[in-house]
Design a protein around this ligand. Structure first.
Ligand code: SAM
Ligand code: SF4
Length: 326
């Protein structure tokens, strides 16, 4: 069992498969030119499998693959196949651009739930936010996965003046489709020009939602990072990930592995443990894993508190989101 100093048991590992991506979401990629990590420095498929098995031997029973865009990696299928043989609930976060190539494989491998990012229902705004013309592809692929019966959660990073006018439209979508929309508060990472005045908080989102719908809260499930709601009569649900205004750190069970094999005990942790180098040197990585989690801060990587007015993004030491793995 992997436990931190606050008695939180950690059974959920998020593995970044790559820091490469075929979209360029400005809140995720750093402002300056970003150089993707060369292939040799990334964990190889067999290394991901071997390291994942060590985590599983310590009680990990849920693994999420992420990135960057996990499905741009050439051996993505091989990695998904390998991990699907482990006794874990395997899930994936993706921008959906390649799902048409992977739907069969995901089904074969028992992946039934997907987190898909889509910040806008407007084609032009999609191009503005991702700097790529992939709206139709993403839209069609989401439709296809819903029709194939996957449990589809749609991640929407809400930003003031950009897509906050679409909150009602996204909730409206849950009426006709069993889709689970998750509004995410904009978070600060290296180079993403976070500013408090771009943040739309959980309370603001709920104000908009309640202005247009009768909203009922759903029961909170332990370890979930969302505050969930339903509009009676709708097939889907919506939720808010309120990391900035009301974080869910007190029962956190998550650990992260970056694509270059560094372990982070929190999305906002300053320190990292280099599991890949140790593994390549033939060292036992268990002490590194347990030591990393033992040093976990009580909340938000110990770098700020949930008072957005007091957050100084420039003082937060971290990677960019694309290099961590969201
Ligand atoms: N490429 C995949 C995707 O877009 O779903 C997986 C990686 S992406 C980094 C994972 C999630 O992080 C996405 O839902 C994305 O919207 C979210 N994300 C990235 N930067 C963020 C930020 N600054 N604040 C909040 N969420 C962010
Ligand atoms: Fe790529 Fe996902 Fe980041 Fe967008 S949010 S740049 S799709 S990794």
């Amino acid at each position: 069992m992997i436990k931190d100093g606050f008695n939180r048991v950690h059974n959920y590992l998020r593995i970044s498969m790559t820091d490469n991506c075929n979209l360029r979401c400005f809140y995720c990629m750093p402002e300056e030119d970003y150089t993707f990590t060369p292939q040799a420095k990334l964990m190889q498929a067999e290394e991901i499998e071997a390291i994942a098995k060590i985590f599983v031997s310590q009680g990990v029973d849920k693994i999420r693959l992420t990135g960057g865009e996990p499905l741009v990696r050439k051996d993505a299928g091989d990695i998904i196949r390998r991990l699907s043989k482990l006794p874990v609930n395997l899930t994936l976060t993706t921008n959906a651009t390649r799902l048409h190539e992977f739907a069969d494989l995901l089904e074969e491998c028992g992946v039934r739930s997907l987190n898909i990012s889509l910040d806008t229902l407007d084609k032009d705004k999609f191009q503005l936010m991702t700097r790529r013309d992939q709206f139709d592809r993403v839209h069609d692929n989401i439709r296809m996965m819903i029709d194939r019966g996957f449990h589809v959660k749609v991640n929407v990073v809400v930003m003031k003046g950009l897509n906050d006018g679409e909150i009602v439209d996204f909730i409206e979508w849950t009426k006709k489709d069993p889709v689970h929309v998750r509004f995410i508060e904009f978070m600060p990472f290296s180079g993403n020009r976070w500013a408090n005045d771009k943040l739309i908080t959980w309370h603001q989102i709920m104000e908009v939602a309640s202005g247009s719908f009768d909203v009922l809260p759903l029961e909170h499930i332990k370890h979930e990072t969302v505050k969930k709601y339903i509009v009676p009569g709708h097939q889907g649900t919506f939720a808010v990930i309120s990391t900035m205004s009301a974080p869910f750190c007190s029962d956190c069970n998550r650990m992260r592995l970056t694509a270059d094999g560094k372990m982070k005990n929190c999305l906002f942790s300053k320190s990292e443990s280099d599991l890949l180098t140790a593994y390549r040197n033939g060292e036992d990585i268990l002490p590194l894993i347990h030591g990393n989690v033992a040093a976990k801060a009580s909340q938000l990587g110990g770098q700020f508190t949930a008072v957005p007015d007091h957050v100084h993004a420039e003082d937060i030491q971290n990677r960019s989101m694309i290099a961590i793995g969201g």
